[in-house]
Design a protein around this ligand. Structure first.
Ligand code: SAM
Length: 284
């Protein structure tokens, strides 16, 4: 089902194919049942407004002539994609889930902006994109299903797809996310651990252990094996170090509290990072 960028090592391709299959299954349930708040939200994420301001401050998207291109990784229902299109961007929306892709298309059609939209499925399948062709890459809450090695690979690939002036806007949950806190409060140990010491060299950070917890889908029909998805809970220094190891300079990085993102009444801490490619550095 999934095809990968040729430059990805084979073992990592296989591992990532498995992760994507789990994400796809998990999201099929989530979108069918409306389990999470994000799938019903109409308003753009706060990160989208902030990233748009940053793009404008960097001279991206100010001209009426050339439409800049933004790749959105894990678009969900397309609420942020649509905001970018309203501001003149051409949007490449990557989304694994069919229901979500249908929602994106209908949102753009209803707003008469379908000519600014290209819909693609898996953001690891990007061979159709030309090197240094993107003005922006944006991902909210969609890359924490991938372990540090996969995240490093993904960022390295998009580093090569960005123009020299391009920027990444990245938001993902941290260890202060409500789920992580609840797992800890219940005394549960993480099911997955990944030591990033070698991956991030020569950067140094104090805490090199990234923890992953299995999130089970309680809606799984009786009689079938329970399925789960690993969410990786990164710290902000870990994300910064992985971004640097993937060929980026960190332009901005901060914690950001979002209410009612997945579950009503819960506050999630996200890490929000803006990254710029370093040219001439080791990159793909
Ligand atoms: C938590 S949702 C966030 C959606 C949206 N960014 C938002 O904030 O409303 C994560 C989304 O990423 C998508 N996703 C995860 N991995 C993906 C991949 N490899 N390619 C495309 N989409 C992916 C999922 O299907 C899901 O819709």
């Amino acid at each position: 089902m999934f095809r990968f960028s040729n430059i990805m090592p084979l073992e990592l391709q296989t591992q990532t194919r498995l992760t994507n299959n789990l994400v796809a299954r998990f999201m099929n349930h989530a979108y069918t049942d409306g389990t999470f708040e994000f799938s019903r939200q109409e308003q753009p994420n706060q990160f989208a407004h902030s990233f748009l301001d940053t793009l404008h401050q960097n001279g991206i998207g100010n001209s009426q002539e050339d439409a800049p291109i933004v790749a959105v990784l894990g678009s969900g229902n397309g609420r942020d994609d649509y905001l970018f299109a309203q501001h003149g961007f051409e949007v490449i929306a990557f989304e694994l889930n069919q229901t979500a892709r249908d929602n994106i298309l209908s949102r753009f059609s209803q707003g008469g902006l379908e000519n600014r939209l290209t819909v693609m499925e898996n953001f690891f399948n990007n061979d159709d994109l030309k090197p240094r062709s993107l003005d922006a890459v944006y991902a909210v809450s969609s890359v924490h299903y991938f372990n540090p090695l996969q995240l490093h690979e993904l960022l390295s690939i998009y580093c090569g797809l960005l123009r020299d002036t391009g920027l990444v806007g990245l938001a993902l949950k941290t260890r202060n996310a409500s789920w992580y806190r609840e797992f800890r409060e219940h005394g549960l140990n993480p099911q997955e651990r990944f030591d990033v010491s070698d991956l991030i060299k020569p950067s140094f950070i104090e805490d090199c252990k990234v923890y992953g917890y299995h999130h089970e889908l309680s809606q799984e029909p009786k009689g079938s094996a329970s399925i789960y998805l690993t969410r990786w809970y990164y710290t902000i220094p870990q994300l910064e170090a992985i971004a640097k190891a993937s060929g980026f300079k960190v332009e901005a990085s901060k914690p950001w509290q979002v209410e009612n993102y997945d579950r009503h009444g819960k506050t999630e801490e996200f890490a929000y990072l803006v990254l710029k490619p370093i040219r001439g550095a080791a990159q793909k």
